[in-house]
Write a protein that binds this ligand. Structure first.
Ligand code: ZN
Length: 178
């Protein structure tokens, strides 16, 4: 059997990832008042809907944690001890970090919570500035895009194992042809 390389070319075509593969929107988070960069989508880990906050694991140095600890006795923040987060540029309050909270708020403890109402987002893909309140930072959307990527990988893997078995078949055939 003459080797013409067509099979290899065929493989390459199949393995190529489709260009329309979706990624979570990449963005930077800015102070609504003075546009200082406060964080980016890499540091975002979800949204605390009941507080209207973006949850961030990481923020920039322009987010200052106030030394004063506050606490509330009523409402969602009852029995919590927290500090306000301020923008270094304009000193306005942009969020809070909860140091101690009852168990139902355990998920937001020690996480930087940025008030959606005080944040603008610069979307890198579309080069546009939008209000954070118009976007959703729900962890679900991030998880969904991860699942989507995983599914694509599994499909590719499936494809490759089919190609592999086809190749094995061919080598068996050529063995017999000898
Ligand atoms: Zn500011």
């Amino acid at each position: 059997m003459e080797f013409d390389g067509s099979l290899l070319i065929q493989c390459n075509d199949h393995v190529k990832l489709s260009p329309e593969t979706k990624h979570p929107q990449r963005m930077t988070l800015h102070c609504l008042q003075c546009n200082s960069v406060l964080g980016d989508s890499v540091g975002v880990c979800g949204e605390a809907e009941f507080m209207d906050c973006i949850m961030c694991l990481k923020v920039t140095d322009d987010v200052v944690v106030s030394e004063a600890m506050e606490s509330r006795h009523k409402g969602e923040m009852a029995n919590c001890i927290y500090s306000s987060l301020k923008c270094r540029g304009c000193r306005s309050v942009v969020g809070k970090v909860i140091h101690s909270a009852p168990s139902h708020l355990a998920a937001v403890r020690s996480i930087f919570l940025l008030y959606k109402a005080n944040i603008n987002c610069y979307i890198l893909n579309s080069s546009s500035m939008v209000k954070a309140s118009t976007l959703t930072f729900d962890l679900k959307t991030f998880r969904e895009s991860l699942l989507e990527v995983r599914q694509q990988f599994e499909e590719q893997l499936d494809h490759m194992s089919r190609i592999k078995s086809r190749l094995a078949d061919r080598s068996v055939t050529s063995e017999l042809e000898k």
